[in-house]
Design a binder for this molecule. Structure first.
Ligand code: 0L1
Ligand code: MG
Length: 264
């Protein structure tokens, strides 16, 4: 087994067995490019077992989180249909290790994303927009990792929920997508507040970032893909109580929610 395959297998076992591991970089030199290869290999393992890729996500899109990690670029992960929960649906918490939840903006591509196209053409590929929740769950002990570790671990992607899609052009004629208040509520209590402007200054900037990273690392982003643009607030622990409600509201755009199941 090559190093890349072995590292991907280690992370895959940690995820499927819910057994956190020490950071890959604790024992092996892994640069960023190799980390993306480990990520791709991990996704290939899952696709081989019947999972279906439905989109991509960005991480470290807020200045605060990037500064905290000492990184200057965003990171790209891949999402599968098997990790999506319908809006208002139940999320089985027992399938995670130490999950957190963050409110996001989701974009839906109506056309293939062409990395060579000018930015305005790339933007024109986005057809719809929706509020979203992302569940992140590091496969590393104590949720601690280096940049290469977290990229290899598919940027902690673990699950997502998308609210009602709205036509992007209609939304933009009415709202400033870069300046909408975002609230994350857990059981009716406000857990986090932020703004869509905390996502790269404007969540639509995610499109060019995705195009660049996807092209660099060989990730296709065809029409119909969902893009999670990034978190608008810090992540909150996913509640550990069955029946707990998690709701994200993006002012003017709507709400998205899930209920916790399978908790202790
Ligand atoms: O989606 C995210 O912003 C998470 C990126 C990875 C870092 C983390 O797990 O906090
Ligand atoms: Mg996220």
């Amino acid at each position: 087994m090559s190093d890349i395959a072995e590292l991907a297998d280690r992370l895959d076992r940690a995820r499927t067995g819910r057994a956190p591991i020490v950071q890959l970089t604790a024992g092996t030199e892994v640069d960023l490019e190799s980390a993306y290869l480990v990520q791709r290999e991990g996704i290939a393992l899952r696709v081989g077992r019947g999972e279906r890729v439905v989109g991509v996500k960005l991480g470290f899109t807020s200045k605060a989180k990037a500064e905290q990690m000492g990184v200057s670029d965003v990171i790209l992960g891949v999402m599968t249909a098997q990790t999506q929960t319908e809006d208002g649906g139940e999320i089985d918490r027992s399938r995670f290790i130490h999950p957190r939840v963050e409110p996001e903006i989701a974009l839906l591509l109506g056309a293939d994303l062409d990395p060579a196209a000018p930015a305005d053409e790339q933007l024109a590929a986005v057809a719809q927009v929706a509020p979203a929740l992302e569940i992140i769950d590091s496969r590393y002990r104590d949720f601690r990792f280096s940049l290469a570790d977290v990229v290899a671990d598919n940027t902690s992607a673990a699950g997502f929920v998308v609210g009602e899609w709205r036509d992007l052009a209609t939304v933009l004629s009415d709202l400033d997508l870069a300046d909408l208040e975002v609230t994350l509520e857990i059981d009716g209590e406000v857990a986090e507040t932020g703004s869509t402007g905390d996502i790269l200054g404007d969540p639509l900037r995610a499109v060019a970032a995705v195009a660049r990273l996807a092209s660099q690392h060989g990730v296709p982003v065809p029409a119909g893909s969902i893009i999670l643009a990034g978190a608008a607030t810090a992540a909150a622990p996913l509640p550990d109580r069955a029946g707990a409600q998690v709701v994200a509201t993006v002012a003017g755009l709507g709400s998205v929610s899930c209920t916790i199941g399978g908790a202790r």
